[in-house]
Design a protein around this ligand. Structure first.
Ligand code: V47
Length: 720
């Protein structure tokens, strides 16, 4: 068995790792190492880019023949909250989307007993009829397999009919976990792994791109996860066509597997990272924000994800019904700011990962591949024209040549005095005598000139080869930053704003690309530098009503609204843990009827329930994280932020934002009562933070090993 060091070296060299090595990494590698390896692979695959799109989901029905244990979405036909959309309703929904700027409709729903292939094709046709420019990504392999078998046709024929109706790509749902034994437990009625893979194989062979998923964090083992990833990797080797892999975190509310609970954030990050490292032949790893919420999605970008899905516009219920983000919708600005906060460059994509350009009114201009095609189409045009003109000339010349009496090769040379006229005369003669060779030479000269023109143009346009060291804009006023950017031939783009009372309005608090302490960060002239500024006026926002939701949902909503958490105050409860009982601003309780706006950054206190037998929690690891990230991890674990102590390397407020945690007052893996405070110590000294990070990783490994031993011991004593 390879050691962690040997596996890491292999990953760094860009080599493929075995299933066994993936399992070793999953079990033993410290989280920071997984982050490093996965990020290196992500950067190789997509550089600084993180993709999102403008999309909606269409869920035509929640009535489903299959009764999967993990599903909170499915209803029986006669359930009072079952729904079903007729074709006219589907068309009406599509019409509502005509004036929006979406590029994709994702159609997925229950497997309705009365839907046949024609009905599924008709749904696509209705949508495409109204939104011809929008891509329809439709139906999971589970739905497709059912409709095709029901129709009695082959998979290829079924897919051909769906494609003809307008289906352009296939989403990745329904894969769950491929292991047959586990499938029997969690989704016994669904198609088998082999059938799911057969649908995707056939789609790839027909040129249809698809996605793939894995439902994790319930009762599956790590071996079953690796086996699942391995089968996807094998299919991609055999018949490439997967665009993206989406690890789907199991959500436990409202389904029969609730007892399994939900996995930790650390498990989410490990899963994303191993997926990126192991699936070396699938270009994109998607952190589906609807499932993860903002905080985990942002962290997932530092663990190899390069896609966060899209705007959604509150159109999917699969996750909200299971306890994911309550009313999932994000503006382009919110999606982009999430990407920028994680240190990457947001790029809007279409369904095939072409970047989408828009004019300043937000109207879609074209996709990058089309731009490339335009270049391809346009370049030969002038040549073609010239060829035509020249062909005519050749014809005329040939005619003339035929008419002319043949000249002897001993035509007297013109004297040098004749100068240019002499050369022209000789060139003309050569042209008449050797028209084909002359043409080849002319075309060659033309191509040479064209290439030279292109080179000069490109050099001017992109300033090939020249680079500029990115200046430090942090702490400057936006006007000063514009001036400095001008001097350096760079462009400032304000991407986001925060509100910090301690800072003057207009101060730059973050920039992308960020600077490195060890080397100059260089970019091409004309490049955009994305900055976050401190707002001049404190924006007023609505406060969301988050009581009667899970803590995680409440945290997501509070954060998205621009507010923050003041305190988590825990109360014993008979039935549930981490359920929000009430919310306050200061002493004022916020009720569903409360009106009025609050300044951005206002702290909200959440009163949260806990069952007495679940009064304590493990202290998570915060070393290595920024203050904001550490706060999220603490709140997510049911703990509060105590004192914040900066060491002497941290001076002004700008460096406070750059500082990272190097120590936490309560040790990793120790237990604390819910609501307890943890003091965080922060530093800008990278060497200090990195060395403490290494120590924390070792500690984490020990803690995990201890926990595993304790679980084993418990199991053994239970079986006795
Ligand atoms: O197949 C169902 C999962 C999937 C739960 O291809 C659950 O771009 C967690 O596949 N907890 C449907 N997950 C969603 C899906 C998807 C989503 C976003 C993008 C793409 C894409 C695909 O949701 C199901 C199932 O695996 N699921 N219930 C649950 N309780």
């Amino acid at each position: 068995m390879l050691t962690i060091n040997e596996i890491s070296d292999a990953v760094r060299r860009g080599e493929r790792i075995s299933a066994e090595a993936a399992l070793t990494l999953w079990r033993e590698a410290p989280l920071w190492l997984l982050g490093e390896l996965a990020t290196a692979r992500k950067r190789k695959a997509s550089g600084d880019t993180v993709y999102y799109n403008r999309n909606v989901h269409l869920e035509p029905t929640n009535i489903c023949l299959f009764n999967c244990e993990f599903c909170s979405f499915r209803r029986r036909e006669n359930d009072p909250d079952a729904w079903y959309m007729t074709l006219d309703e589907i068309e009406a929904r599509a019409k509502e989307l005509v004036d929006t700027d979406i590029t994709e409709v994702h159609i997925v729903g229950g497997v309705h007993p009365k839907h046949d292939l024609d009905m599924y094709c008709a749904m696509i046709r209705r949508v495409k009829g109204v939104l011809p420019h929008v891509t329809v990504k439709a139906y999971t392999a589970v739905e497709i397999f059912y409709m095709i078998r029901h129709e009695g046709v082959s998979i290829v024929e079924g897919l051909r009919r769906l494609k003809e109706a307008g289906m352009e790509c296939i989403p990745g749902g329904g894969a769950e976990i491929f292991d047959a034994e586990l499938r029997k437990k969690i989704c016994p009625e669904k198609c088998s792994a082999e059938e799911w893979l057969a649908v995707h194989r056939a789609a790839h062979n027909m040129g249809l791109a698809t996605n793939c998923t894995m439902l994790y964090g319930h009762i599956e083992s790590l071996e079953q996860r690796v086996d699942h990833l391995n089968r996807l990797r094998e299919l991609q080797d055999e018949a490439p066509g997967f665009d993206a892999f989406i690890p789907l975190k199991y959500h436990s509310r409202g389904n029969r597997m609730s007892e399994a609970g939900e996995c930790s954030v650390e498990d989410d990050l490990r899963t994303i990272a191993i997926s990126r490292i192991f699936l070396d032949n699938i270009p994109h790893i998607k952190a589906y924000w609807v499932s993860y919420g903002r905080a985990i999605t942002e962290m997932a970008l530092m663990f190899g994800a390069d896609d966060i899905d899209g705007t959604i516009g509150d159109t999917t219920k699969i996750y909200s019904m299971a306890g994911g983000v309550a009313r999932p919708t994000m503006s382009v600005e919110e999606l982009e700011s999430m990407v920028v906060s994680a240190g990457f460059v947001p790029v809007e994509r279409d369904s095939h990962y072409n970047s989408v350009s828009r004019d300043n009114r937000g109207e879609q201009l074209r996709h990058s591949k089309i731009v490339k095609q335009e270049v391809k189409v346009e370049t030969p045009k002038p040549v073609a024209k010239i060829e035509k003109v020249e062909n005519k000339e050749i014809d005329m010349q040939n005619k003339k040549t035929a008419e002319l009496p043949k000249r002897s090769s001993s035509v007297p040379r013109k004297s040098s005095k004749a100068g240019d006229a002499g050369y022209i005369e000789r060139a003309k003669m050569f042209y008449r005598r050797k028209p084909i060779i002359s043409h080849i030479i002319l075309i060659g000269i033309f191509c040479l000139l064209l290439l030279m023109g292109l080179y000069v143009g490109l050099k001017r346009g992109t300033r090939l080869g020249s680079t500029i060291a990115v200046p430090n804009f942090l702490g400057m006023n936006i006007e000063e930053a514009y001036a400095l950017a001008d001097e350096n031939d760079l462009n400032i783009v304000v991407r986001d704003s925060i509100f910090d009372v301690d800072l003057p309005g207009g101060t730059i608090v973050d920039q992308l690309p960020r600077l490195s302490t060890v080397r100059d960060v260089t970019v091409k002239p004309g490049r955009k530098i994305y900055v976050t500024t401190n707002a001049y006026n404190r924006r007023m926002v609505d406060i969301p009503y988050v009581a009667k939701q899970t803590l995680r949902q409440a945290l997501n909503q509070i954060e998205r609204s621009g507010l923050t958490i003041s305190k988590l105050s825990y109360e014993p409860d008979m039935t549930s843990t981490d359920y929000v009982l009430a919310q306050y601003v200061g002493r004022k309780e916020i009720l569903p009827t409360t009106n009025g706006k609050y300044p951005v950054g206002t702290g909200v206190t959440l009163k949260v329930s806990y069952r007495r037998d679940e009064s304590s929690v493990y202290v998570p690891r915060m070393v290595g994280l920024s203050l904001q990230q550490a706060k999220h991890v603490l709140w997510d674990s049911g703990l509060n932020v105590g004192k914040i102590v900066y060491d002497e390397s941290v001076g002004d407020i700008i460096s406070q934002r750059k500082a990272r945690v190097y120590r936490q007052s309560k040790g990793l893996g120790t237990t604390l009562n819910r609501g307890s405070e943890v003091t965080l110590y922060l530093s800008c000294d990278e060497a200090l933070v990195d060395s403490m990070n290494v120590i924390a990783s070792k500690e984490l490994k020990n803690v995990e090993a201890q926990r595993r031993r304790a679980i084993e011991a418990q199991k053994n004593s239970d079986s006795k």
